[in-house]
Design a protein around this ligand. Sequence first.
Ligand code: MN
Length: 329
Amino acid sequence: MKADLGTIAERLRRAERALVVGHVRPDGDAIGSAAGLALILRELGIEAEACIPDHIPRHYRYIPGTSVVKGVNELRGQGFDTVVVVDSSDISRVGEAAELFPNRPPDVVIDHHITNSGFGELNFCDPNAAATCMVIHELGKILLPHGYSSGIAELLLLGIATDTGFFRHADVDERVFAAAAELSRYGARIRPIAEAILENRTLNTVRLLSEMFRTLVLEEEGRIAYAYLAEEHFRKCGCEGDEAEGFISEIMSLRSVEVGALLVEWPKGEIHVSLRSKGRVDVSEIALALGGGGHPRAAGCSFKGISLQEALELVARELRKGLKKGLGT
Ligand SMILES: [Mn+2]
């Protein structure tokens, strides 16, 4: 059932051992909201763990508070009386972490994806929130009215900064700046976050980026752009799959582009697609048509068992349809 943050705060205060879970292929918002909420609960004297059910890209580890996050295997066999799932639109997003709370729904779901299915006992989803960390901050103010540590504040700022493309996206409004100001007052610093996320590429990663641009295709006077990275590109450059993170925004940095896609084949046999729009095209619809999901300006989907070439054709076709619809032609 739907619940307000006051009801959720009441429920969380009754927890003794809590688990906070983010999603597979984690981003800054998943990591920041899982780790941030777990640490807020610890400040309340609750035994709380944060779980990310997947590999955490190396650059997030530069933010000190992320060290609290554990993998699924480290948490097996432990009982939790309260399970919270954050930043995930449906239960499949938590991957193997679902094995930590078998045969029951999570007690609380906190999210900002418009497609959230409401799979918890208590659900709070605010599609107008620029990040799940925005919601965690509101909840944190209810749970800890006298404020919380700079470490927690920095984790929440990480999620807000990364989900808004460092305060660039259209959903950056007064609420976002007000939250950032409050977190800053609690001691959060944007500089270490910017350094960890934006200024942390290795030379190999930059070489991988130039490989990506070699595969770039532009259509419709450059309004559609898509590129790919095959597993061979990663091997050739000595890179891991997560090192292509943020590359989609390099495609979107092209002036002409309205809608863009990046297909990443990693590991071999899996293709992960990032979709972005500057506003006129709704990429959540494109993602949905391809079996994925997300937001109107940032979405994604995955393929298994088809070739990169086949995936490129499927994606290109939906991009063309999406552009037509978006331009009203
Ligand atoms: Mn998010």
